[in-house]
Design a protein around this ligand. Structure first.
Ligand SMILES: Nc1ncnc2c1ncn2[C@@H]1O[C@H](COP(=O)(O)OP(=O)(O)OP(=O)(O)O)[C@@H](O)[C@H]1O
Length: 250
């Protein structure tokens, strides 16, 4: 079976500025993989390339073996994405936001409603179907965005700093719900964060710093290769920062 995501020698420039430099790694199907990097590491740039928001001019990206440039339809229908910036329409209801996304994916109305009800129940939002998005908390909006990203049943889900701005309980709940999806549905997740405490020992981790992949592999292997005392120390050493504390790097 091909990799869920394969990134090969991908570079990206904003004018003269190089934001990604010959980045390569791949993620196996059914894995929870973390893209770990400080602010400005290039995480959002990489996600913008994977989702084809930006054109990939240097290198190749494949989703389950489908090149995003040569077979964009096949590749992108296997991808769900939650961007860092909120993208729900605040003046529409939860149902309207989700139905609109379903119709973009060619999902018929009855099937869409059935999927929406199932997904909302899974994320504990079953009673908010007809509420305006504006009336939801930040954590609840994030859950709706996750449900939206899963509506077309993609086998690969990307989340860019999905817990930013949420309180500690919402963060933990969202992370746990996504980890649960990996176990129960067997989907592959690529979770971008700068928060070291979101990483678990059995995860696959890709450490990105100033546009370069500095480490790629199982967390315990990366820690061992660095001769570090844990992922916190390995990340601090690789990123060249003095310490990583309080859940974030300093
Ligand atoms: N539109 C842009 N024009 C010029 N430079 C940009 C642009 N977007 C990002 N950059 C630069 O590219 C680099 C990577 O930025 P990117 O947003 O991808 O990082 P990030 O890891 O997602 O950071 P954050 O966690 O802060 O969102 C940074 O140096 C950033 O300043």
């Amino acid at each position: 079976m091909p990799a869920a995501l394969e990134v090969s020698a991908v570079s990206h420039f904003y004018g003269e500025k190089q934001a990604l430099s010959e980045s390569s790694f791949s993620i196996a199907p059914g894995r929870f993989a973390v893209l770990l990097g400080l602010n400005g590491a290039g995480k959002t740039t990489l996600f913008s390339l994977i989702s084809r928001l930006f054109d990939t001019r240097h290198g190749t990206i494949r989703i389950f073996g489908h090149d995003i440039r040569r077979e964009p339809g096949e590749a992108l229908r296997r991808l769900g994405i939650v961007f860092q910036a909120r993208t729900l329409d605040l003046d529409l209801s939860v149902c309207q936001n989700l139905s609109y996304h379903a119709s973009l994916h060619g999902i018929g109305r009855a099937e869409a409603m059935s999927r929406i009800r199932t997904l909302l129940a899974q994320i504990d939002m079953g009673d908010r179907l007809y509420d305006k998005v504006r009336s939801l908390s930040g954590g609840q909006m994030r859950r709706i965005e996750i449900a939206r990203a899963l509506l077309h049943r993609p086998p690969l889900l990307l989340l860019d700093e999905a817990t930013v701005g949420l309180d500690i309980r919402s963060r933990a709940e969202i992370l746990a719900a996504i980890r649960e999806l990996v176990h129960t549905e067997g989907i592959s997740v690529f979770w971008a964060t700068h928060l070291i405490d979101e990483v678990e020992e059995s995860d696959h981790v890709v450490i990105l710093d100033k546009g370069r992949v500095l480490a790629d592999g199982r967390v315990d292997d990366v820690v061992r290769a660095c001769g570090a005392n844990g992922i916190r120390e390995a990340f601090a050493t690789l990123s060249g920062v003095a310490s990583v504390a309080g859940g974030a790097a300093r």
